[in-house]
Design a protein around this ligand. Structure first.
Ligand SMILES: *Cc1c(COP(=O)(O)O)cnc(C)c1O
Length: 410
């Protein structure tokens, strides 16, 4: 594609730090890993950070460190990347989906509460909330700050407190986002970040667990390193562990990216602002929601196709963009509609109307920090043209769309 969906921003500093780590002869378990962790924890504002080989691995270890496993449920969102639910399945726990808010696309705290009260009953013997049908125990809430917009954490934390639940924040899309003047990742018992090349910063592959809880941090350190204890011998394994370590080479890349994280976040904001200014003139689409008091960290730029039969309109828009060499993707298909998920137990799932609707309407546009004004303008002009074409074909119906004159973004 002429204009890709995403592109990492790698400069000479990244290349030279990676080269230096390669020349050092120390490729794993060296000094760069703890340095990366300490500086990352300082940036987010938590006491501990534990780096992992991916964001998915980070989520898995949080679930395991919190003792969530067989017979347990966690309330989470189906409008997410599959990893936020898969991490529960790895431990034989299950996601219990609550619906999202139609504007923010994040977990709707009211529906979280409704879901708990409708599906779970309090058991006074164990002081736990037990699913009325499956008899599974509710253990946690796993909110995802989708597309970098913070979830409404205050009511979520209140519900967690009221029902005795742990909170794992999936902040993999939200590095640098703020809620109540605090960075996301500081609200839950533990939180995760991811460094895949399309994220706000990258280590090529990699992830991070952050927490203020010393025992969660040390469990995660042990699990990622084959169940070894921090003081124990190399071949002494206290637990069943994994190799989820991050290499020195990846940590070097992470340190270089962290050095200019502010610049990376500002560049993303610039591209988002350009898009929002231009696309505000195109009728028939909704732009990313910006509730006051929630500081989004721009991960992707996702528009929603409005009107009836959005799936058809979105398909037209995608085909038109692809034909012009502009990449785009329907972010996200709902997890509960994925083939493998349907096979788990489709009867368990209650209707999730806002999730289904968002999954049919959302479309991610090309978005990366080095995107030029001209490239943003090109995407805007293409969308405007495709929408106008579609309107001409369908005639002046209820979706008739007025196209204002093209304005060049300076
Ligand atoms: C990227 C991402 C992850 C983790 O992805 P990895 O590719 O394993 O690093 C987890 N959850 C969400 C919501 C994500 O966007």
């Amino acid at each position: 594609m002429r204009i890709p969906l995403s592109k990492p921003d790698i400069r000479e500093r990244e290349i030279s730090l990676v080269a230096r780590s390669l020349r050092s002869g120390r490729l794993s378990l060296g000094p760069l890993l703890p340095e990366f962790e300490e500086r990352f924890a300082a940036f987010v504002g938590t006491r501990y950070a534990v780096a992992t080989s991916s964001g998915t691995a980070a989520l898995h270890l949080c679930v395991k460190a919190l003792g969530i496993g067989t017979g347990h449920d966690a309330i989470t969102t189906s409008f997410s990347f599959v990893a936020s639910s898969n991490c529960l399945l790895y431990e034989n726990a299950r996601p219990a989906f609550a619906d999202i808010d139609a504007c923010s696309l994040n977990l709707d705290p009211d529906d979280v509460r409704k879901t708990i009260i409708r599906d779970y009953a309090h058991d006074s013997l164990t002081n736990c909330w037990i699913n009325r049908r499956s008899r599974r125990t509710l253990r946690a809430i796993l909110p995802v700050h989708i597309f970098g917009l913070p979830c409404d954490m205050e009511p979520i934390l209140e519900i967690a407190h009221e029902f005795g639940l742990a909170v794992i924040e999936d902040a993999c899309e939200a590095l640098g986002a703020e809620y109540s003047q605090r960075r996301v990742g500081t609200f839950g018992d533990a939180a995760t970040f991811a460094f895949y090349p399309n994220k706000q910063m990258t280590t090529a592959e990699g992830g991070m667990i952050v927490t203020n809880d010393k025992s969660i941090a040390s469990s995660c350190r042990s699990f990622r390193n084959q169940g070894r204890s921090e003081e124990g011998a190399w071949l002494l394994h206290e637990h069943l562990g994994y190799n989820y370590r991050l290499s020195e080479v990846h940590a070097a890349l992470g340190l270089a990216q962290l050095d200019r994280i502010d610049e990376l976040l500002v560049s993303r904001e610039r591209v988002a602002r350009l898009y929002s200014e231009a696309l505000a003139q195109v009728p028939g689409i909704a732009l990313p929601h910006q509730p006051p008091g929630f500081k989004r960290s721009w991960f992707v730029y996702v528009i929603q196709v409005l009107g009836s039969s959005p799936a058809v309109r979105r398909h037209e828009l995608m085909a038109g963009l692809h034909a012009r060499g502009i990449d785009c993707r329907p972010y996200f298909p709902a997890i509960h509609r994925q083939p493998y998920f349907q096979r788990i137990d489709s009867s368990r799932f209650r209707p999730l109307p806002n999730t289904d609707s968002a999954a049919d309407r959302c479309l991610a546009l090309p978005f990366f920090p080095s995107m030029s004004n001209r490239q943003v303008y090109e995407v805007y002009a293409a969308i405007r043209e495709i929408v106008a074409e579609a309107n001409r074909r369908t005639g002046a119906g209820e979706n008739a769309i007025e196209t204002p004159p093209v304005q060049v973004i300076s």
